[in-house]
Design a protein around this ligand. Structure first.
Ligand code: IVH
Length: 667
């Protein structure tokens, strides 16, 4: 009896699996959706009656996990890199020429052309043919564990077909939301007065990063695969084209638009063909990708910083449309900068409807000769903020109004200062201005600074408007009652926010320095300041000259830092923050690091690291990495195909290290 049931289960799963493959990979279904559903329900019923025989890779087991508290991190054994962009035919020809120059003996190169899907990259990890985990790209080195969510994507195989696959196989691809799904999702959101996603890419990212996989499942995401990561136990084919075919045979969806071509001219023809097809494709693409087909050549070509030399993304041109400027508003930023924002008659461009565009500063308005009421050309490329290209003067109505910089801040009515020769005008009220206050608090709470989860823009606005918070230090004095009294704030979220505030007290010195919002002090400078001074006290006592000995700090930044710490109010806020319990682990000052005071120069291609990785490693040990060789250089680290820097080092008698010597620095 039980044997019988197991046979039935196996046969049903096998059938569903096969139909899935025909539908998602081959795009050649042989049964109707209704027939598929009937088979699926039959399996579901049988599994409900016999839960002891449910297997994790059964087609019914795509959803079911309990919601997570947060995503775990997954390290990418092989980094997930990005692609260089080409925006013109010249860029593409130059890309091809660079390859020919590097490979010397060859007169033309075969490429695989692929559509560049506008979604988000994920990596899928299979062991013995079973999907073990899936992660987002993250920063390229560490991503988020989104296994439960990826399992809900119907076209992701839970187990692989056949038996020819490597024992360990990591496959990379783009998760996307089909255009139809995107429209449906936004239509429903509109009806329920919920947040509208600006484009399918954001919708896909938002859907994949849900802690509750049931929500992801309801969003009907899809995937196309285009690369491998770690492969063990058996090798994969040594061309991109055959690798893609192998992925297909294992059950991975691969774009039907891929094409193998023999030279770069054919790539350009492919680009034209796909551009014309773009609107009829069921998913959003923002260009095409050309990849050198032969992986031996790929390996010879290697990488520069974070992108391969053997591939390029040929982007479609930015879209342009015309619309009308209905009004200009002036926004006040964190440092008081006044930015004109154009309110536009809504237009659809580059896949989204836009109704605002920034104009950066008043000089730009003059230069572009823009009036309220003008018809203007608006451009949007990729994810960048829409830009006003020019005004069409012939269409300027009689009633058009010239735009003037206001004399007073639109928020606090203080004087606006516009220093001769400077592009940016500023509200002079500093933290007295509620707009600047709000921005300072939002910056303090942001992810790369104090990372206070749940302290969103709307909540900050309310805190400031209700006068509950005047400075960043006041955040840590908020009570549960005060928070829960805010509009649209449930007691549970209020509690969560209190907890997040508590959690943020344990931080790092670089984060804290960034969070203070000192002008011109971004993440990199904050890190350097922390490393150089080791603690806050030494930094607050530093003079402009002291500060300028740091490589990242020039005279302007040094002035801003000294000005910040000589302001009594700022010191008072810092003291309050520390008294509230903000703390960090002591850091090793640069001087106590093993390579502090040394300067290295990198040249040529290293085998073990990309340039950026090598730089990071060296800096982590306290040394600097310089771009050119001088008598002060400690050593030049030489990889394959080193150029003039090696010659210069030789002529100056600077120490030369090969990759082996270099690696010894780290042991
Ligand atoms: S290959 C080392 N192929 O574009 C090369 N990427 O700008 C790794 N993308 O992070 C990427 N379609 O999210 C590759 N056919 C395609 C792609 C593609 C979309 C995305 C991917 C990647 C980004 C790089």
């Amino acid at each position: 009896m039980s044997h019988d049931i197991q046979q039935q289960l196996k046969s049903l799963r096998g059938k569903l699996h096969e139909h899935n493959y025909r539908y998602y990979v081959l795009d050649e279904p042989v049964i109707s959706d209704a027939e598929y559903d009937a088979l699926f329900r039959k399996l579901q019923k049988l599994e409900i009656d016999h839960p002891e025989y449910v297997t994790p890779d059964s087609p019914t087991q795509r959803v079911g996990a309990a919601p997570l508290k947060e995503f775990a991190e997954i390290q990418h054994e092989i980094p997930m890199l990005s692609l260089d962009n080409a925006f013109s035919v010249e860029d593409v020809l130059a890309f091809n020429q660079r390859i020919l120059d590097r490979l010397k003996t060859i007169s033309s190169v075969a490429y695989v052309c692929e559509p560049k899907l506008d979604g988000l990259a994920v990596t899928l990890h299979y062991e013995k043919g079973i999907l073990k985990n899936a992660a987002t790209r993250g920063d390229g080195y560490t991503g988020e564990d989104v296994t439960e969510n990826v399992r809900t994507i119907a076209s992701v195989p839970l187990h692989l077909r056949g038996s020819d696959y490597p024992e360990v196989l990591e496959v990379r691809g783009e998760v996307y939301m089909p255009k139809k799904e995107f429209e449906l999702l936004n239509k429903r959101a509109k009806e329920k007065n919920e947040k509208i996603f600006v484009n399918p890419r954001n919708a896909a990212a938002g859907s994949l990063r849900q802690l509750d996989s049931h929500i992801t499942a309801s969003r009907h995401l899809a995937i196309y695969c285009y690369a491998t990561g770690v492969v063990k136990g058996k090798s994969m084919p040594d061309t991109q084209w055959e690798m893609l075919l192998a992925l297909k045979s294992f059950g991975f969806p691969v774009s039907p638009e891929i094409k193998l071509v023999t030279n770069i001219d054919a790539c350009l023809r492919y680009y034209d063909k796909i551009m014309h097809k773009r609107d009829t494709l069921p998913y959003e693409i923002d260009g095409v990708v050309y990849k050198v087909n032969d992986m031996h050549l790929q390996n010879k070509l290697g990488f520069v910083s974070r992108a391969p030399r053997w591939a390029v993304a040929h982007k479609f041109p930015a879209e342009e449309v015309s619309t009308i400027i209905e009004d200009i508003e002036f926004q006040v930023g964190r440092t008081g900068a006044i930015t004109p924002v154009a309110r536009l008659q809504p237009v659809f461009v580059g896949g989204v409807t836009i109704s605002n565009a920034t104009l950066h500063n008043i000089d730009e308005i003059e230069r572009k000769d823009i009036y309220i009421g003008d018809t203007v050309i608006v451009r949007r490329a990729g994810d960048v903020i829409p830009e006003i290209v020019s005004s069409i003067k012939e269409k300027r109505p009689q009633t058009a109004k010239k735009i003037k910089l206001p004399k007073h801040c639109p928020v606090c009515h203080s004087h606006i200062e516009h220093i001769e020769g400077e592009a940016i005008a500023r509200c002079t009220a500093g933290l007295f201005c509620p707009a600047q206050r709000k921005e300072a608090i939002k910056h303090f709470a942001s992810r790369r600074a104090m990372d206070i989860e749940g302290l969103g823009d709307k909540i900050v606005d309310q805190f400031v408007d209700e006068k509950l918070v005047a400075t960043i230090a006041d955040l840590y004095e908020l009570t549960l009652e005060q928070i829960a009294n805010l509009e649209r704030m449930a007691e549970k979220s209020a509690n969560n926010l209190l907890q997040a505030l508590e959690k943020s007290k344990k931080t790092t010195l670089p984060r804290f320095l960034l969070a203070l919002g000192i002008r011109e002090v971004g993440e990199a400078t904050a890190k350097q300041l922390a490393l150089h001074f080791g603690d806050l006290k030494a930094l607050t006592a530093a003079t402009e000259e002291d500060l300028q000995t740091i490589s990242d700090v020039g005279p302007v930044v040094a002035k801003h830092i000294v000005a910040f710490f000589s302001e009594k109010k700022n010191i008072h806020v810092i003291e309050k923050l520390l008294a509230a319990g903000i703390h960090w682990e002591k850091i090793k000052k640069s001087a106590s690091l093993p390579l502090s005071g040394k300067t290295y120069v990198l040249t040529g291609t290293l085998q073990s690291f990309t340039r950026d990785e090598a730089k990071e490693k060296i800096e982590a040990l306290g040394a600097k990495v310089a771009g050119s060789v001088s008598a002060k250089t400690t050593a030049v680290i030489v990889g394959a195909d080193a150029g003039s820097k090696l010659e210069k080092a030789k002529s100056l008698g600077v120490t030369i290290m090969n990759e082996k010597d270099f690696l010894k620095l780290f042991v």
